[in-house]
Design a protein around this ligand. Sequence first.
Ligand SMILES: [Zn+2]
Length: 387
Amino acid sequence: MIRSAFLILAVASFAPLQAMADPPTAHLPAAFETTIAPGDTLDSVLGHAGIPATIRAEAALALSGVYDLTDLRPGHRIKWTAASGDPASLTRLSLFVEDGVEIALTFDGPIAAQRLDPPVHVTDRGETLTLDGTLYDALTARNAPERFAVDLTALLAGQVDFRRDLKGGETFALVWQEDQLPDGSIAGEPRLSYARLELTDRVLELVATEAAGPVIVFEDGEAVQRSAAPILGARLSSVFGRRNHPVLGGVRMHTGIDYAAPVGTEVSATGAGRVIFAGSIRGYGITIDIDHGGGVVTRYAHLSEIAEDVRVGTRVKAGDEIGAVGATGLVSGPNLHYEVRVDGRPVDPKDQDALPEQEIATAADLDALATWRSETGFMPTTDGERG
Ligand SMILES: [Zn+2]
């Protein structure tokens, strides 16, 4: 139905109207819909359809108040209605963009723009599985968000080395929340609520009491660490150790780990501490150093910017936004270089008790732990005892 309307109007609007013997007088479709194709802009699409430049400019101005038009992507849809079937007499123009969001313009009176978020149904999902191979393989086999493989590796850094400590056969439980749109698709990013990894000698659990916030890590039921991933949903692009340098060439020591992510992606403090450096360093570009006490310092490099309220002396908590991913310093593309130093010496963030402060679990943390344990059918018999 929509497609045929598009075809009819496309013929009418692309034909040179002046040359027609009989200008169309009736029944131009009053509704029009098209999908953004590669290379299209809002202006080019509207211009092609015969909407005058003044209206296009007004529309773009109004839209820019609620939506960044450079975020328009192939696959997004544009739909409008016109009072008389004439594209110049628009009554309503809508952009259907990511996550089911509609950006709507109305033309009765001064052009007004509004953002309409779809109703989302928040669902809890859970999986309990036996590891046989990598965490990534296990997640994709269950249609669980594969990004959790990287997120969990970062969140449990210092507690477990997924490559070395997993022998196969471990039980792994995961609970997360996602926002379902009316059409069944998922909006935005899934949020981890709980994870449990049953190793042969200990049980590690991770509880998140606030979405995208820090998590508290429990070992055999005791809180050991409150931490956050330095970045969420990013691909681990380079590990710690000797490697061929991507810019300088030759084998050099890589003193941290890299996460590839678009410029502007939020970077978070991985643990509580005090900012001891916020500025530029040759090679590292824009950099933040956080002192966590006990000789432990974390470094976040190649940033595009430092958060407004972050300067030397600022106290941060795990999960606080401190800056954004960039490509400053010696890099081949945008990425976050995350480094952990103990007494000034870079160590592998995945091997060390990187953030060694003992944590006290809050009542909310303990409530959440008990809830998820019962919901995932976990009944520890040696709770609190360490072999
Ligand atoms: Zn690096």
